[in-house]
Write a protein that binds this ligand. Structure first.
Ligand code: ZN
Length: 343
């Protein structure tokens, strides 16, 4: 969990994944045969085997912002989102502005309720109306901050009851599960590539180019999925539940899982008594969507960790589900050469 905490707290908006990239490289050193960084910034780690060729992908990027405007007089910053936010969750948050010469802490402020008119209270929150206060005079802000500097949400990783919670579990969780399984996998025949992908949140971009280069038979995306087992959500809309096991995806908006891979994962989970649940996600997608369509296509599936409050700084996952995901992926890597992928 120490690695997950570090990954969660690291910054990496799409296209600026360097902090996460160095954590991934460091964590994998010694347990794979080769590690390369490609032109887009994907970390590609190769654990050699006879075949089939398997790509396991977890995305390193997180939703965040770029500085889009600097108010030179008062020092307030305006921000452009990269990835899908619910603006309501951004009010009263702390952020970090990553300047060329170090970090600045910032505040997403808002007018106090005392001076809001009835009209304003009803108004929807829009990202273009938000501003970041770095607590410095305009002149100094202008010297230190540049247009395009990344801005990430500030949040520490925490254990909350049986859960872990923090920012960017989407998808440092997938990166963590992939690294842990690679460390645990012993006897494997598969030729395994683990890819820490870039720019997933803006359209599965790193997965697309890395899968083209690797040309895999099988692709496994690792990601979080929605667990909406919370007040106000009916049973049929919950997608998954925390504590009920790793989720094996059947479908989302970007991919349909290969039935042979789904059968194989279910059989593995049953045999090893790994708790699992089936997942159908109506909206959203994972790197599997891009891997599936690389070159002449690959058989894909997504192994998901159920997560509450996705795309907020209090994303929360159950420790037992995380362990189940690592166990299932490890068993898959050791045995996937036996999977029957005939349709
Ligand atoms: Zn994700």
């Amino acid at each position: 969990m120490e690695l997950l905490a570090k990954l969660s707290e690291a910054a990496g908006i799409p296209g600026r994944e360097e902090e996460v990239r160095s954590l991934v490289k460091e964590a994998l050193a010694g347990c794979v045969d080769e590690i390369e960084v490609d032109r887009l910034g994907n970390v590609v780690a190769h654990k050699k085997g006879k075949g089939p060729k398997v790509v396991v992908a977890g995305h390193m990027d997180e939703i965040g912002f770029l500085v889009s405007h600097i108010d030179e007089e008062n020092g307030f910053l305006r921000i452009e989102p990269v990835g899908g936010f619910d603006p309501r969750t951004l009010i009263a948050a702390r952020v970090v502005v990553h300047t060329q010469n170090g970090r600045l802490l910032g505040l997403i402020g808002t007018k106090p309720i005392h001076i809001l008119t009835d009209e304003e209270k009803k108004k929807e929150v829009r990202i273009q109306d938000l501003f970041v206060d770095v607590g410095l005079p305009g002149k100094e802000v202008k010297e230190r901050v540049r247009i395009g500097d990344p801005v990430t949400l500030h949040q520490s990783f925490a254990q909350v009851g049986e859960l872990v919670s923090g920012k960017s579990l989407d998808d440092r969780m997938g990166v963590y599960v992939g690294i842990e399984a690679l460390k645990r996998a012993k006897n494997h025949q598969a030729d395994i590539y683990f890819v820490g992908t870039v720019q997933e949140e803006v359209g599965l971009r790193g997965a697309r180019t890395s899968a083209f280069a690797i040309d895999p038979d099988i692709g496994v995306a690792l990601d979080v999925t929605l667990a909406c087992d919370m007040p106000g959500v009916q049973a049929h809309e919950q997608v998954t539940k925390l504590g009920k096991g790793v989720a094996i995806k059947l479908k989302d908006a970007a991919s349909i899982s290969h039935p042979g891979l789904v059968r194989f994962l279910v059989a593995l989970a049953e045999e090893r008594k790994i708790p699992y649940q089936m997942e159908i996600l109506p909206r959203g997608g994972t790197d599997a969507g891009a891997i599936q369509l690389a070159r002449q296509g690959a058989a894909v599936v997504t192994i998901s960790v159920p997560t509450r409050y996705v795309h907020t700084v209090v994303e929360a996952a159950h420790k037992a589900d995380i362990e189940a995901a690592i166990q299932l992926l490890t068993a898959f890597l050791e045995n996937c050469h036996k999977a029957d992928l005939r349709l």
